[in-house]
Design a protein around this ligand. Structure first.
Ligand code: NAP
Length: 284
């Protein structure tokens, strides 16, 4: 197995496969990374081309797909007849482009999305999504299982990327809300450390709502039998007022309220929170 890229994620991927007993060849653009992997039996290739030539399975995990294309496209001849698994985060259109290029050069291509932090790699909790060449995925499944829990989504290489960014988008929204809450409570002399468990409880409560709201979205019916958008809207106003009073940024609270304002203006005030899906869809 060959790993191109020994950044925070690539290093752990290589480390995990090496620890699982797979012969591992590594390459990184700048020298110096991964010395301990070499000490434990990994082979360091002098060039990306040499690294590719060492294995039938090549995993690339670098900053982004622009860098990825610049790296692999000049090496089409070396990659011919091998499997390229791309664990670099990217978009579905990038996955389609790279897949098309790979097909022209008889390279089996699988696009992947790592829904885990480096410290989760190698555990069942590390969800890794794959889409693209099913035969190549099946052929290397036993290796991929060592990295986490693999899920194959289908032959369209663009299937993994949107799920990746959807999960990241949700995480960023939660983290921004955490940072806003920490700033708000800091102004009331409450430390972020004291706040964290309170917010974890709130996140757990919200998590419990998702399945029911998802059913409402799929059914297109939004009974406001838990709390209506109008009720939420009143509390959103309080969040803005409290933030203003404490000299904390109101950017995020105003953005949240603006969505609810538009929904109420469209007559959705008595509906459940999930009815605001209308504010996130593409205009028809
Ligand atoms: P990182 O620590 O910043 O490492 C970036 C890697 O990309 C380094 O090995 C770097 O090489 C290499 N690189 C950058 N530009 C290059 C180029 N033009 N040619 C060749 N190599 C190049 O990033 P990371 O955290 O490992 O992330 C790598 C990928 O994993 C990203 O797509 C990221 O979104 C994804 N991912 C990361 C995490 C995470 O928690 N870290 C989680 C899920 C997914 P040099 O050492 O020479 O700079």
């Amino acid at each position: 197995m060959t790993l191109l890229g020994l950044g925070l994620m690539g290093y752990v991927l290589a480390d995990t496969l090496l620890a699982a007993g797979h012969p591992t060849t590594v390459w990184n653009r700048s020298t110096g990374k991964g010395a301990d992997l070499i000490g434990r039996g990994a082979r360091r290739a002098a060039s990306a081309g040499e690294a590719i030539a060492a294995s039938s399975l090549v995993i690339v995990c670098i900053t982004d797909n622009n860098a990825g294309r610049e790296l692999v496209q000049p090496l089409a001849a070396e990659l011919r007849g091998r499997t390229l698994i791309n664990l670099t985060s990217g978009s579905s259109s990038e996955a389609g482009d790279i897949s098309g290029w790979a097909a022209q050069h008889e390279i089996a291509y699988v696009d992947g999305a790592v829904l885990a932090a480096p410290d989760g790699i190698g555990t069942d909790e590390a969800a890794i999504l794959y889409s693209g060449d099913r035969d190549a995925f099946d052929q290397h499944n036993s290796v991929l299982r060592k990295l986490g829990t693999p899920t194959f989504l289908g032959n369209d290489p663009g299937l993994a990327a949107p799920r990746d960014v959807a999960v990241l988008g949700m995480m960023w929204n939660i983290l921004n809300a955490f940072l806003h809450a920490a700033a708000l409570l800091q102004s009331a002399s409450v430390s972020a450390t004291a706040l964290a468990p309170v917010l974890e409880g709130g996140i757990a409560t919200t998590t419990g709502w998702l399945a029911g709201y998802a059913e409402q979205i799929d059914a297109g019916a939004f009974p406001g039998d838990d709390a209506t958008i109008a009720t939420h809207l009143a509390a959103m106003t309080q969040l803005i007022d409290e933030s203003n009073a404490r000299g904390v940024s109101t950017d995020l609270p105003r953005q949240i309220k603006a969505v609810a304002d538009r929904a109420v203006a469209e007559g959705l005030g008595r509906s459940s929170y999930a009815a605001m899906i209308s504010q996130f869809r593409s205009p028809e």
